[in-house]
Design a protein around this ligand. Sequence first.
Ligand code: UGA
Ligand code: MN
Length: 254
Amino acid sequence: NTLFLITPTHTRPEQKAELTRLSQTLLLVPNLHWIVVEDSASKTLLVSKFLSECSLNYTHLNVKTPDNYKLQSKDPNWLKPRGVLQRNLALHWLRNNIDIQTQKGVVYFADDDNTYSLKLFEEMRDTKIVSVWPVGLVGGLRYEKPIVNNGKVTQWFTYWKPRRPFAMDMAGFAVNLHRFFEFKEAKFDYNVPRGYQESVLLQGLQVKMTDLEPKAELCTKILVWHTRTEKTKLKNEERMKMQFGHGSDPQIEL
Ligand code: UGA
Ligand code: MN
């Protein structure tokens, strides 16, 4: 079973650091295909070079989020969903480039800034329909998780909107590749309420609560953390330019 990891990514000072950290985890995962989708009008040189040197199996795609769907610098981060078009493009690529007769696989949406235990990838590898597990450091809680009774998921341990059909973070589930070929229309969508991206995809895939396969010791272990990297302040670049006529060397890639 190949793991297909879908990672949206966007240009910012921390990007190469995040991709380095993630890729060096992924180097330790057997049978993996990394689909990296840049939020940009064209593929950047930084990501192109990075991927060509990373020693992973990868596919490099790009699609730019239109300005009206992009967060403005003053917006709170929950205002607009991120990664929607990028993940949809990856799903489109899979449906058009994978021969489902011969390829068995599992799809996981792996954001570039989270922290992943290697154990997580082995937990998800035998996903029959959809497997689920807890996510650490998310939703204003120590963790969010599926509530498991007699081996079945019955509810969601979340503070925020627990009545959502699938009240979990993007990092909390993986889907059998075959499912995306059975339900070819299933995708993410801007026209859904806040927090419903995961639910709209899984409903599009006709997933029922009884289909969910609880992993990580019946959802009692945290194997992925929704870490977020602090935005780096680069204010002394400007000050240096003002005082000395130049900041750091733009030729040196960050
Ligand atoms: C939370 C969830 O964990 C995400 O899966 C979800 O996409 C996001 O909320 C959301 O509200 O849409 P959070 O840490 O707040 O995550 O979001 P980011 O990590 O900033 O973004 C999620 C992914 O989209 C990242 O891989 C990031 O590189 C990418 N992204 C972000 C873009 O492709 N374009 C952007 O403009 C911003
Ligand atoms: Mn994140």
